[in-house]
Write a new protein. Structure first.
Length: 198
């Protein structure tokens, strides 16, 4: 039976299930890690040291279904943004997040340190370029000229260092934490071949 996760899933046994597909333990673990990462944005932190890119990379790498790979991190981000507040550049942030999930797809089967670091650096750079372009385009701080665009990128450089550090740290936490969970929780190993996650 095709499940609501976009792939085949097991039926929930007994009267509780009523023929609905079960959420595989691996799906649940991946989704909960992404939601927890998004919730960490609500805690005090240095500017731009957030899990935004890391949760998109992790979702892209962990979910086989492209819809889940993009929508789970995006949904977690939306929930945290509803608490933190919305702003004019949100569409640029979400576009960068979706593109980062696509970068995460390249990590499927390549969860070694070098590819993770490369993907984290690529995601940080993408986020910097897209969101600062958004600040220039929809904000009133910079003239709508080439010089204004350059000024927007230059003004964002002090925050870029923190973005790089935060993305790398949260990438290690999410990918490393999940690898540890896979080793210690038999249900995750047993469902590791479930069609919805890699």
């Amino acid at each position: 039976m095709r499940g609501w996760l976009g792939r085949r899933s097991e039926e929930v046994p007994g009267p509780v299930g009523q023929g609905r597909p079960a959420l595989a333990p691996r799906h649940l673990a991946v989704a909960l890690l992404i939601v927890a990462a998004a919730a960490s944005r609500l805690l005090p932190h240095p500017p731009n040291v957030t899990p935004v890119a890391a949760m998109a990379l992790f979702g892209g790498a962990a979910f086989v279904d492209l819809r889940l790979a993009v929508l789970v991190p995006l949904g977690a981000m939306v929930l945290s943004d509803l608490v933190l507040g919305l702003h004019a550049t949100i569409p640029f942030v979400y576009a960068a997040l979706a593109a980062t999930a696509l970068i995460g797809r390249l990590l499927r089967g390549r969860r070694r340190p070098a590819p993770l670091v490369a993907a984290s650096l690529a995601a940080s750079t993408l986020f910097f370029l897209v969101t600062n372009f958004g600040v220039w385009l929809v904000g009133g701080l910079y003239p709508k000229t080439a010089a204004g665009l350059v000024a927007a990128y230059v003004a964002g450089l002090p925050f870029f260092r923190n973005t790089l550090l935060g993305d790398l740290a949260f990438t290690v936490l999410l990918f490393g934490g999940f690898a540890l969970l896979e080793r210690t929780v038999p249900a995750l190993r047993a469902s590791a071949r479930s069609p919805g996650t890699a």
